[in-house]
Ligand binder design. Sequence first.
Ligand SMILES: O=P(O)(O)OC[C@H]1O[C@H](O[C@H]2O[C@H](CO)[C@@H](O)[C@H](O)[C@H]2O)[C@H](O)[C@@H](O)[C@@H]1O
Length: 364
Amino acid sequence: MSDAKGNISLAIRVPVSSQSLFSPGGGRCISIPRKKLVQKIEADPTQTRINSWIEAMRASSPTRTRPGNISSLPESDEEDEYSSWMAQHPSALSKFEEIAKSSTGKQIVMFLDYDGTLSPIVENPDQAYMTDEMRDAVKGVARYFPTAIVTGRCRDKVRRFVKLPGIYYAGSHGMDIKGPSKKYKYNKNNKGVLFQAANEFLPMIDQVSKCLVEKMREVAGASVENNKFCVSVHYRCVDPKDWGIVAEYVTSILSEYPNLRLTQGRKVFEIRPTIKWDKGKALEFLLESLGFGHSDNVLPIYIGDDRTDEDAFKVLREKGQGFGILVSKVPKETSATYSLQEPSEVGKFLGRLVQWKQMSLTRK
Ligand SMILES: O=P(O)(O)OC[C@H]1O[C@H](O[C@H]2O[C@H](CO)[C@@H](O)[C@H](O)[C@H]2O)[C@H](O)[C@@H](O)[C@@H]1O
């Protein structure tokens, strides 16, 4: 479908009837008072279910930086673990020449996650600003290569953080994509892209978001972020002794919504539609939109720090095309090829790419 401005709008058909898109409670927020919830947790003698959530919550954002003394491993074992991980996922900065060489004769297409990649992780999600240096680096990259920001955030919100024209913004984990205007130098046939994969879920997401806001008021430090096609429940500032309450509320509310699923990011629960769409699908969609759907002349590079970015790393690995770069200071299971330690290194990598491109153009 295309609108008056020529934007292409696609809707993914999901196998659910519109009736089942609403909660059986007719949209009322389940009313479990906190006291009852605590009793429920305490009444479970093994607390297996909730403990496994708390375990996952702890693992969702490890704080250990370099080989150090926080884990239970002896220091030398940790160093071995780190070195062997780095051998498998070398620094994209130290392997820069190798990466640049592999792009010979190919168009680099750059995919960038936002939080933890372009901006540092901070306590208040509304203040996760990127630095001006980072903005310049992204602007530089976008001058030479088609560039997309792929994020769990709401598209408009990330656009306000990044503040750059001429790039693609894929919000809500890729479920909401908008491309640059019609005049786009990398795609002569560009008609402007607007892709929304989960429109039918909007009322339900809104409903669940309101309900979560109501319940999270009872947990000090918890906050809810409505990301349009998905919702984030943040527990970074919640006392760990209350994590069980957060998990219990979130899972109880979600049990009322069989068409929504729960995933975890860095000290955050992510609630999203059960449709088969993720950052990997968004990457494929964008390559296709740029005319590289079946092309060998393209080198997609995806940089991200979170579990949701693994879907994109996996697509690249399976395609045997381009590569993923994981931003992490600690060894993590990943399908990425290379690693960078933190957003400042991402900025350096983008800067080197721009310099290298400028040099190769002057040599011509
Ligand atoms: O796909 P991303 O761009 O990485 O977005 C994933 C989530 O990022 C944000 O939360 C994370 O960053 C916050 C700010 O630094 C931090 O406080 C929080 O603990 C992190 O989980 C964002 O607020 C979420 O909505 C995104 O889903």
